[in-house]
Design a binder for this molecule. Structure first.
Ligand code: THU
Length: 160
């Protein structure tokens, strides 16, 4: 029997289409990107995370000469939040990425598979979806209302 997944997402051509808090997240993710430590890939990613108490925290990718020891922007931010604000729900995550020298051709950068898995863990933990946005530096991007839309057949603690 053949079955299908359907995902819905919003596409924006400019952050001007977003509300004030979403624009702020974009600006903060973009600034955080500038502090990424990415000497090996020269690919700079920033991420801004909105908590339910209204605070926004940021992260960026942190690379390492032993490549697998580095970490993506999303997990750098989320693990720090998980360590310091374990009871705060995560409401929104905004990711802005691209090569160091960006051009208008660079597409919006979606989270990698490992980050999708990690974000799902926090959705499960807080029993509430996290809205996720990703864009390029030219402000066009995608919004999904849950990371689960980007990871069909996801694995979580319910299987254990
Ligand atoms: N990267 C992120 O920070 N987030 C993602 O979701 C995709 C990839 C980083 C990891 C590495 O430092 C660089 O981008 C190139 O893969």
């Amino acid at each position: 029997m053949k079955k299908d997944f359907t995902i819905s997402y919003d596409q924006f051509k400019s952050v001007e289409e977003l509300n004030e808090i979403e624009k702020e997240l974009f600006e903060k993710a973009k600034s955080a990107r500038e502090n990424a430590y990415a000497p090996y890939s020269n690919f700079f990613v920033g991420c801004a995370v909105l908590l339910e108490n209204g605070e926004i925290f940021t992260g960026n990718n942190q690379e390492n000469a032993a490549f697998p020891s580095g970490l993506c922007a999303e997990r750098t931010a989320l693990f720090w939040i998980g360590a310091n604000f374990p009871d705060q729900k995560v409401k929104k995550i905004f990711i802005v990425g691209g090569p160091k020298e960006v051009s208008e051709k660079n597409p919006p950068i979606p989270p990698c598979g490992a980050c999708r898995q990690s974000i799902i863990e926090y959705e499960t933990k807080q029993n509430e979806n996290i809205e996720l946005y990703f864009s390029n530096l030219h402000e066009e991007g995608i919004k999904v209302s849950s990371i689960k839309d980007l990871l069909p057949f996801y694995f979580d603690g319910t299987f254990l």
